[in-house]
Design a protein around this ligand. Structure first.
Ligand code: ADP
Ligand code: MG
Length: 433
């Protein structure tokens, strides 16, 4: 099945004026905004990659309005992408709102033919990446994000859902093939071969990238991960859970932009989350005011890495031990007496070990795609001096290589954190940058 690239009758991309008129015709939205349409402030947000995003302010309230284009916004019509991504984003936002209340922007309005979602305007929230580049700490981040991850993944797993509902959920998202294909190509394939989309800080990283692309252990590992991504229908994933998909304040954390949602391996989302915290960690040397000035901040980032896993694990297990575990996976009927209960608990521990091993591999995959593949992050990109940027990126690549090829050595989150700290004092480029 190829993705449906047709544009439905009635679709048109909106601009500032046509958006204002459109919203004026939606009584509920217009009522919430208050005042007359002419009083509303409308602006386009410039930092989206794939879609149009507008912010609307009225005298009483505001909305964010996101509209899919039949192509990738940043590239243009030469890269077509189906409008159906708005459908999947809407499905995911609605479901996530019920699974993890308060952790996503509330949907106010959805128009399938315009591929348009109006949602709660998150203010004064900012994109997490901007906050971590500035060195801001977010005391509630770990608790909030692990509420989201543990609840969304457990409650859509086979331990929570009866088999027919689980299969229905897989079906709901099965058509999001075009967005999954982007991930399959850009994360799991192209960085490990010669491909036009790849780029890295050259010439500094040329040697490391050449070695990576010839590393058979890495190629086997990334292919195993790709297969898991394509075939392991564990839970509903966000599909793009990085620091650009999180908006927050020091009090509140929200997850936005689930257009890549599909039912896949939990470790994929968890790895993306941890890798992006590690990217922030490795990039700090490029943003600190003076050498060592951000040492305390680096410690906080590693506490987040640790907390994102341990609190997730605790919350996931608590749900599994609760009445929420009414799915067909691991039927309670098999584990009724005391020895059965102990056996089931041993299985839960085993499951979490496997989930962590998956997470370690996917963390490596995300680190590589952000340094060698097409889509880089401002954490590294905003380091202007190429030699310094390469120095930071090299640590991420060296760690990623080990996470991919020697996954079994990272049995616990403490092993991972210790490896990150060791990497901080290494110089994988072997020069005196
Ligand atoms: P894309 O999928 O095209 O990258 P995003 O969903 O990531 O689009 O949104 C692009 C930008 O729009 C975000 O980086 C953020 O600045 C802003 N934005 C998105 N949703 C909201 C929201 N609900 N409230 C406030 N700003 C938002
Ligand atoms: Mg997006």
């Amino acid at each position: 099945m190829t993705a449906d690239l047709s544009v439905p009758l009635g679709y048109r991309a909106l601009d500032l004026d046509s958006l204002r008129s459109y919203v004026a015709e939606q009584p509920r939205l217009a009522e919430c905004l208050g005042g007359a349409a002419a009083d509303w402030q409308v602006e386009e947000v410039g930092d989206g990659n794939l879609n149009l995003v507008f912010k609307l302010h009225g005298p009483k309230a505001g909305f964010a309005v996101k509209q899919a284009l039949p192509y990738v916004r940043l590239v243009g019509e030469s890269w077509p992408l189906p409008l159906s991504r708005a459908h999947y984003e809407h499905e995911a936002l609605t479901l996530e709102a019920s699974l993890a209340p308060g952790r996503v922007p509330a949907v106010a309005h959805y128009d399938e033919s315009l591929a348009l979602i109006a949602m709660e305007l998150l203010e004064p929230h900012i994109i997490m990446r901007h906050g971590t580049i500035a060195g801001t700490r977010y005391p509630n981040f770990v608790e909030d994000i692990t509420d989201f991850t543990a609840r969304c993944y457990f409650l859509t797993s086979d331990m929570a859902l009866p088999a027919p509902r689980k299969k229905g959920l897989i079906g709901t998202f099965a058509g999001n093939t075009a967005l999954c294909k982007i991930t399959e190509d850009l994360i799991f394939t192209e960085p490990y071969m010669t491909a036009d989309n790849n780029r890295w800080t050259s010439p500094y990283l040329d040697g490391m990238v050449a070695a990576l692309q010839q590393d058979q252990a890495v190629k086997r590992a990334i292919s195993r991960l790709k297969l898991a991504f394509m075939s392991h229908t564990q839970a509903l994933l966000h599909g793009d859970l990085h620091a650009g998909s999180i908006m927050l304040t020091t009090e509140d954390t929200r997850v936005i932009d689930p257009e890549f949602a599909f039912v896949g391996p939990i470790g994929f989302d968890m790895g993306s989350l941890l890798a992006n915290l590690l990217i922030s960690y490795f990039s700090q040397a490029g943003h600190e005011e003076s050498p060592g000035a951000r040492d305390g901040y680096r410690d906080w980032l590693l506490e987040c890495v640790s907390g994102c896993w341990t609190r997730f694990e605790e919350k996931f297990l608590a749900l599994w031990r609760s009445n929420a575990a009414s799915g067909d996976g691991y039927s309670k009927a098999l584990f009724q007496d005391d020895s059965g209960k102990a056996a089931l608990d041993a299985e839960r521990v085993r499951y979490m070990h496997q989930l962590f091993a998956d997470t370690v591999g996917f963390t490596g995959a995300e680190l590589i795609r952000r340094t060698v593949g097409l889509a880089h992050n401002i954490d590294f990109e905003w380091i202007e001096e190429p030699a310094l940027r390469a120095h930071c990126e090299a640590r991420a690549i060296a760690l990623a290589r080990d996470l991919l090829a020697d996954t079994a050595l990272y049995a616990t989150i403490d092993h991972l954190v210790a490896a990150v700290r060791r990497m901080e004092s290494c110089n994988p480029l072997g020069n005196d940058a």
